[in-house]
Design a binder for this molecule. Structure first.
Ligand SMILES: N[C@@H](CCC(=O)N[C@@H](CS)C(=O)NCC(=O)O)C(=O)O
Length: 218
């Protein structure tokens, strides 16, 4: 495996603490042992729409990673950047065509069924809104597929070590109960996989509650 020099100045992650999209980036930064600092963007107060944030990401979304002159948005794109830049040739990204295609499929699921079916209902719970059962059914579809995919393997791509597929999927899945889809007892394979990831040195948890709003906040 080739290794690259670690950054001399901390990378900056603009994030929202309850966002699993942001968490997957922070998780990889931590697992790779890279120095980083966090800048909180309060979505509930509209800070993602302010000019300063839109200058970083005109879509007005988090996460955004700043690494020197490099400014990147989109969580899965940032994961790829971090591995290619700081851990090239490592097990985090497969080198073979089939492995790369399988990783891309998990990225698509993370941006699709996971975001809609688990992140959506979880956000509803965290903000005190009712869960939409049609949307939640999409989350159940994903969990059924995850459970099947993990049969007989420790990691999603089937290797001896975790990959970016595991990093992209674990954040929201670890809190599927907040989407009304508890892992126990229906999904023992997923629960064991989450526990394996949580046992990795450098694992950081995803926040599971809203920060108290400052007095006088809307
Ligand atoms: N494809 C993007 C999606 C990011 C995303 O949906 N971020 C949410 C927070 S979890 C956000 O910024 N929402 C505010 C908005 O879209 O206006 C990624 O993977 O980073």
């Amino acid at each position: 495996m080739t290794s690259r020099t670690a950054p001399t100045t901390p990378l900056t992650l603009h994030r929202t603490a309850i966002s699993g999209h942001c968490h997957r980036v922070e998780l990889l930064l931590s697992l790779l042992g890279l120095p980083y600092r966090l800048v909180d963007v309060n979505l509930l107060r509209g800070e993602h729409q302010l000019a300063a944030h839109r200058a970083l990401n005109p879509l007005g979304q988090v996460p955004v990673l700043v690494d020197g002159d490099v400014v990147l948005s989109d969580s899965n794109a940032i994961l790829v950047y971090l591995v290619q830049r700081y851990a090239p040739g490592s097990a985090w990204m497969p080198q073979d065509p089939v492995g790369q295609a399988q990783l891309q499929r998990w990225f698509s699921l993370a941006a699709g069924l996971l975001a809609t079916g688990i992140a959506g209902p979880r956000f509803a719970t965290l903000t005190g809104k009712p869960i939409n059962e049609t949307v939640q059914a999409q989350g159940r579809r994903l969990l059924d597929f995850l459970e099947t995919s993990l049969q007989g393997r420790d990691w999603l791509l089937g290797g001896a070590a975790p990959s970016l597929a595991d990093v992209a999927l674990v954040s929201y899945t670890s809190q599927a109960h907040l989407a009304g889809l508890p892992l126990a007892p229906a999904y023992p394979g997923i629960a064991a996989w989450v526990a394996r990831l949580q046992a990795l040195p450098g694992y950081v948890p995803l926040q599971d509650h809203l920060d108290p709003q400052p007095a006088g906040a809307a």
